[in-house]
Design a protein around this ligand. Structure first.
Ligand code: ZN
Length: 266
């Protein structure tokens, strides 16, 4: 299996669980899911890779009432969690704002164009870039008549938070987006970092459990759910480098967020 970040052949894998909610929502045929780790770049990814149809089924109407109710049936407590996550006065939003106050404060006066890729309602890009002209681009942007190439070409910043862990081919997507930017445009990528230690160590621990015939615990890296790619600092830095970005600053936040800020390579 080729690693979707560095394209090297990847042989280490362990069985993964398929989320019943995902199966119900997407009609994904039940087949053996696997979690792979790339020996070259440390990226962890889950197969079978989601198709365009699966992604559309998963993210059309994302976190609307129907979505939340269906997910709550499979994952009791989710509806309550969704309410908390949607509360702009709640702790999740406060954490992110504090994170941006520290890492992205240099953009407070940026008054150019920003593309918020996958930004939902655009709350965070408006917070980070209060003086900028912001365009939120969702996966249906072009189907709805948007001109992605023109929008990207005038952007001074590409802002993509919590996107690449959801897509099967993150390098392909980021390379395409970066190719549309002008030289020296900023690229900011933010990813979750749910591991207390190294991703490689977490994977090796699960391999040992499997080798001993133990059932694998339900952990992110062996569940085929929304997050189908899992990045470490190493693999995320490589994702950006291979996609044409020179990474200049990295921020690993203790509360499970990683931020990578760079510029399109000249
Ligand atoms: Zn790799």
């Amino acid at each position: 299996m080729a690693c979707p970040v560095c394209l090297q052949p990847t042989r280490r894998w362990i069985p993964a669980y398929q989320s019943p909610f995902i199966i119900e929502r997407t009609g994904l045929p039940i087949q053996e899911a696997r979690s792979y780790i790339c020996q070259a770049c440390e990226h962890v990814f889950i197969t079978p890779f989601y198709t365009e149809e699966v992604l559309a089924a998963l993210y059309t109407g994302y976190r609307d009432q129907t979505y939340n109710a269906a997910r709550d049936r499979h994952e009791p407590g989710y509806a309550e969690l969704a309410v908390r996550m949607a509360d702009e006065n709640g702790p999740d939003y406060a954490l992110r704002r504090g994170y941006y106050d520290y890492f992205m404060k240099k953009f407070k006066d940026f008054d150019g164009d920003v593309v918020d890729f996958g930004g939902g309602d655009g709350y965070y890009s408006r917070y980070v870039f209060p003086k900028a002209r912001i365009t939120v681009v969702e996966e249906d942007y072009e189907r709805k008549g948007g001109d992605l190439a023109a929008t990207m070409a005038k952007a001074g910043v590409l802002f993509a938070t919590h996107v690449f862990e959801h897509v099967p081919q993150p390098r392909r997507l980021l390379t395409q987006l970066v190719s549309l930017l002008r030289q020296n445009a900023f690229v900011y990528v933010e990813l979750p970092r749910p591991y207390s230690g190294e991703l490689e160590d977490s994977f090796a621990r699960l391999e040992r459990l499997r080798g001993a015939g133990e059932p694998l615990p339900f952990e992110d890296i062996v569940i085929q759910h929304e997050h189908i790619g899992h990045f470490s600092k190493k693999s995320a830095t490589r994702l950006m480098a291979y996609s044409g970005v020179d990474v200049q600053e990295v921020y690993l936040h203790s509360e499970g967020i990683m931020g990578f800020l760079g510029m399109k390579r000249a």
